[in-house]
Write a protein that binds this ligand. Structure first.
Ligand code: HEC
Length: 136
């Protein structure tokens, strides 16, 4: 008899856990739908074109990297404001952990590694741009 009550309760608990976990990992600004085109400053654009856009642009061959982040979409206004904010924040996170460009790729093309100065420039720009867009 008891199991009949416990099972649905357990199922509901699991659902709640999943929903809250999803909310937690989703970008916080997804509800901001208006579309913005961002002027990426020339010095930042130069680094990104050279070291990131081989994978993260309209012309990129890779499916996943392009789907996750396309710098052309940022400057052409094809991402919502919320999406741009979350991509900027992810850039800061990824670069802080030295995760981009990916290690495997750098093993083949070491010249694509960001110098610490380049990494700092992109990080500072992305975090300032993100704060600006959040109205902070
Ligand atoms: C060799 C291809 C390649 C290069 C070059 C590259 N990336 Fe990536 N990037 C990827 C792939 C693949 C993913 C998806 C990783 C995943 O989700 O498993 C990714 C994901 C990301 C993400 C996370 C996006 C999201 O929404 O999850 C950010 C931010 C990012 N890259 C920034 C950069 C920056 C900045 C550079 C240049 C300094 C760069 N990447 C260069 C392949 C690349």
């Amino acid at each position: 008899m008891k199991i009949k009550f416990i099972l649905p309760l357990f199922a509901i608990a699991v659902m709640f856990a999943l929903v809250s976990f999803t909310n937690f990992s989703e970008p916080q600004y997804n509800d901001i739908e208006d579309v913005v085109a961002i002027d990426i400053p020339d010095n930042i654009q130069a680094i990104i074109s050279n070291k990131c856009m081989g994978c993260h642009s309209d012309e990129a061959k890779g499916g996943k990297s392009k789907m996750k982040l396309n710098f052309d979409n940022i400057s052409n206004g094809e991402y919502s404001r919320g999406k741009v904010i979350s991509k900027l924040d992810k850039m800061v996170k990824m670069l802080g952990k030295d995760k981009m460009p990916p290690e495997k790729f750098l093993a083949k093309y070491p010249e694509k590694k960001l110098t610490s100065e380049e990494s700092e420039l992109i990080t500072n720009w992305a975090s300032e741009q993100s704060s600006l867009m959040k109205g902070e």
